[in-house]
Design a protein around this ligand. Structure first.
Ligand SMILES: Cc1ncc(COP(=O)(O)O)c(C=O)c1O
Length: 387
């Protein structure tokens, strides 16, 4: 129940146990094409190119960044947390000149300031995180794609946390490059980063060899979408896992899945508040799949996490940067976006805090979460929601 990786779906783990196939096995072709179609469906990306980048999500981010930009290119990053900083690092390492529009941790990047900066700087690429796991904030993306098109910029979005847990339909939003991760709301283990690229992004990639070799997008596109030879390496177990996870999303339905994440996230938030704890960050832009909780005065942040794990078998996570030591991060992602998981973490947290003498409203959290879970839900749009 941390900030990810979260517990994988048991079905995904079972799928990964199938015998592997060699890269040039004709049977692999069907598995690959089905997975590619499922990635498109999950991103709601009927056009363009989609495939998975093997590795951690940052491998996907690095593959995209270093294939789209390099020396002489200008990149504008909207940063509101740790993973915005990662986008800056990746753009700088690719050799680009980077400008940034920052927001305080816990807030969104102001859309008007971002729009003004895009028009003023006219970068080749605008990069932003959709939901930043370090701050638990969901950035509204509506309109940003249009502004990017107006100045001829490409729009790259880190959808590692949001994909499968909140609306991120790249076609409607005008996103040119989106990168996700298997280990969060998709319900699998870490190791695959599904990406979607618009035709504009593919046509606008840098010509010549990027600084990365194994993460060269052209090489990866050829691996998934071209002819494979026997010396190609395909991580078949991860591919089976990704295919199964994406199948499960289609079977549930995208909207139903986003609603389930919102429902679990709101139930958790209600329980936390009913216990007397404070949520951190702008409530009207809270990401549905993660809650940042303020550690009460006098309570040991790591001590509570250790006790939750040892006494209750529940893992929650510490925070990064300026929030470290002051905040816990609790996730409700993929398989864990369920009422029983929410009630388990709330009951356990309440018991651990009470055992350490912290003042909590004992017995309130589970009932509050249950009430919210049972109540009708608000919109699942990625835009702001009333607090
Ligand atoms: C929003 C976001 N982007 C990127 C990453 C990097 O993912 P990975 O650790 O799989 O490289 C994470 C990981 O937590 C994340 O939450």
């Amino acid at each position: 129940m941390g900030s990810g990786p979260s517990n994988p779906e048991p079905r995904v783990l079972r799928a990964m146990a199938q015998p592997p196939l060699a890269a040039d096995d004709p049977a692999l072709t069907d598995v690959v094409s089905e997975t590619v179609e499922l990635i498109r469906a999950t991103y709601v990306a009927p056009a363009g190119i989609a495939f998975p980048v093997p590795g951690a999500s940052r491998a996907g981010l690095e593959a995209v960044m270093s294939s789209l930009v390099g020396p002489g290119d200008r990149v504008l990053v909207g940063a509101f947390g740790h993973f915005g900083n990662l986008l800056v690092t990746l753009a700088e390492r690719a050799g680009a000149e980077v400008d940034r529009v920052d927001a305080e941790w816990g807030s969104i990047v102001d859309p008007d300031s971002l729009t003004r900066a895009v028009r003023r700087r006219r970068p080749k690429l605008v990069a932003i995180v959709h939901a930043d796991t370090s701050t638990g904030i969901l950035q509204p993306l509506d309109g940003l794609g249009d502004v990017c098109r107006e100045v001829g910029a490409l729009l790259m979005v880190d959808a590692v946390l949001s994909l499968g847990g909140a609306a991120i339909d790249v076609d409607r939003l005008g996103v040119d490059a989106a990168v996700g991760g298997l280990q969060k709301c998709l319900g699998g283990p870490p190791g695959m980063a599904p990406i979607a690229l618009s035709d504009r992004a593919w046509a606008g990639r840098r010509q010549g060899r990027p600084v990365v070799a194994s993460l060269d997008l052209e090489r990866l596109e050829a691996l998934w979408c071209g002819e494979r030879s026997e010396d190609d390496e395909v991580p078949v177990a991860m591919l089976y896992g990704l295919r199964e996870a994406l199948h499960m999303i289609q079977a549930e339905g995208l909207t139903a899945r986003w609603e389930r994440h919102l429902r679990a996230g709101e139930a958790l938030a209600a329980g936390v508040e009913a216990m007397g704890l404070d949520l951190v960050g702008d409530r009207s832009h809270k990401a549905p799949m993660i809650a940042l909780v303020s550690v009460p005065e006098g309570v040991s942040e790591p001590g509570v996490r250790d006790q939750l794990l040892s006494d209750h078998g529940v893992e929650i996570m510490a925070a990064f940067g300026p929030l470290r030591g002051r905040v816990w991060r609790i996730g409700t992602m993929g398989f864990n976006a369920r009422l029983d998981a929410v009630l388990t973490v709330l009951g356990a947290l309440e018991a651990v805090l009470a055992s350490r003498g912290a003042r909590v409203a004992f017995g309130e959290a589970v009932a509050a979460a249950r009430t919210v879970w049972a109540s009708r839900l608000r919109s699942v749009d990625s835009g702001p929601r009333p607090a």
